[in-house]
Design a protein around this ligand. Structure first.
Ligand code: SF4
Length: 389
């Protein structure tokens, strides 16, 4: 649906970023990196949730010394986040990290930039230039009066130039701002100036209450314009939440379909049951199931309910005392309210089975589920009476 901005492709370990590579999701650990056990637990939790790449902070030598083990056991590409120190950057490269995040402009000695660029090139390690409104060069803040989008872009282009003058091109870049319009503007301006792939993010977006909305608007707007190659949602929360939100952003835009999509009505005075309770229970239980991507609809009455439920892979439309269950556009049967969730999930499992059997990542058209004996058996197993199709 979206024409991607043409960017050069780099590789963060096994994950390609830029070009025609899928938009990847990143997060960052909140542990002290030198606490290897705690860091690895968090890295694994992030990878399990769907993070493609995980970044760890490396402010001290002890953190750099922990990197070999984290890289070896992490199971996902690891990026070392380093500021100022050429020594730590070289230690991280030596440790085998899959990427560096640093700002070469923070390294005062031009010889150090060349040293890091040469070592990274030798190991095939990309570098992200992470320009951030909160740590923008004071000269640029003075020039522009505040960290404007233009100031971020000037900084990014300068930093890119510092690496490229040493022939180092495995670069990605971010121009993060806590102000969403400014962030969007910065990436748009920079997109016109370079083919370096972009790491998108709204910095310091805050707690999930506000941060989810800010991130969805900032990152989502740019992705919808084809701008962005990898994303990080920054939340003041367990980083696992960042990955969940990142996946939801990509899912909502139709960029990545690797989870379920719950369509649920907001409820109103016509609702025949407690839609909030029903939708939340369905969501909670489905999150624990290993389902291929599918759309599931939970609708509170017979006004819009049957239409939405019919359009989804699996859906229910509540009526008085019972609800109508649909699978792939077919009516399966009427189910009492107290059995709706079980019936829905049972049907979801069966659709999932057919999707897997079809071996097709795209469920549309691949599934002709719950017909004939299979449908009858499904209903009978729930103690329900089949209706006519
Ligand atoms: S589907 Fe029915 S209950 Fe839900 S919001 Fe629409 S009219 Fe109200």
């Amino acid at each position: 649906m979206y024409e991607r901005r043409k960017t050069r492709q780099i590789s963060v370990g096994s994950v390609p970023v830029g070009g025609d590579a899928p938009v990847s999701i990143q997060s960052m650990t909140t542990t002290k990196t030198d606490n290897v056990d705690a860091t690895l637990i968090q890295v694994h939790a992030l990878a399990t949730q769907g993070a493609d790449i995980v970044r760890v902070a490396v402010p001290h030598e002890g953190d750099a010394k922990a990197l070999p083990m984290i890289v070896r056991e992490g199971g996902v590409p690891i990026i070392a986040d380093i500021h100022f120190s050429v020594r730590l950057a070289l230690m991280a490269i030596e440790a085998g990290v899959h990427g560096l995040r640093l700002n070469p402009g923070n390294m005062r000695n031009p010889k150090h930039i060349k040293e890091v660029a040469d070592a990274a090139r030798e190991r095939g390690i990309p570098i992200r230039i992470g320009v951030n409104a909160g740590s923008l060069d004071k000269k640029l803040v003075a020039k522009y009066g505040r960290p404007t989008a233009e100031a971020l872009v000037e900084s990014a282009l300068y930093e890119i130039g510092l690496l490229e003058q040493h022939g180092f091109r495995d670069i990605k870049v971010s121009v993060k701002h806590q102000n969403v319009p400014e962030m969007i503007n910065a990436y748009r301006l920079l997109a016109a100036e370079t083919d370096v792939p972009f790491h998108l993010g709204v910095t310091e977006a805050g707690t999930p209450k506000q941060g989810v909305t800010k991130s969805a608007i900032g990152i989502g707007t740019l992705l919808a314009e084809g701008i962005g190659d990898t994303i990080r949602v920054s939340l003041t929360a367990d980083p696992v939440e960042e990955v969940k939100v990142g996946k939801q952003i990509l899912h909502a835009l139709g960029i990545r379909q690797d989870s379920f999509d719950l369509v649920a009505c907001p409820s109103c005075g016509r609702a025949e049951l407690d839609v909030f309770e029903l939708a939340n229970e369905v969501e909670e239980r489905i999150e624990k199931m290993d389902l291929p991507p599918m759309q599931i609809a939970v609708m509170g009455c017979e006004v819009n309910g049957p239409g939405e439920a019919r359009d989804a892979d699996i859906g229910i439309a509540a009526g008085p005392g019972r609800g109508l269950l649909f699978a792939k556009g077919k009516q399966i049967g009427w189910v009492p309210h107290d059995k709706l969730v079980d019936a829905l999930l049972e049907a979801a499992e069966q659709v999932a089975g057919e999707i897997r059997a079809a071996g097709d990542a795209d469920p549309d058209g691949a599934v002709t589920v719950l017909k004939g004996a299979g449908r009858r058996n499904a209903l009978l197993s729930l103690g329900l009476r089949p209706t006519d199709d």
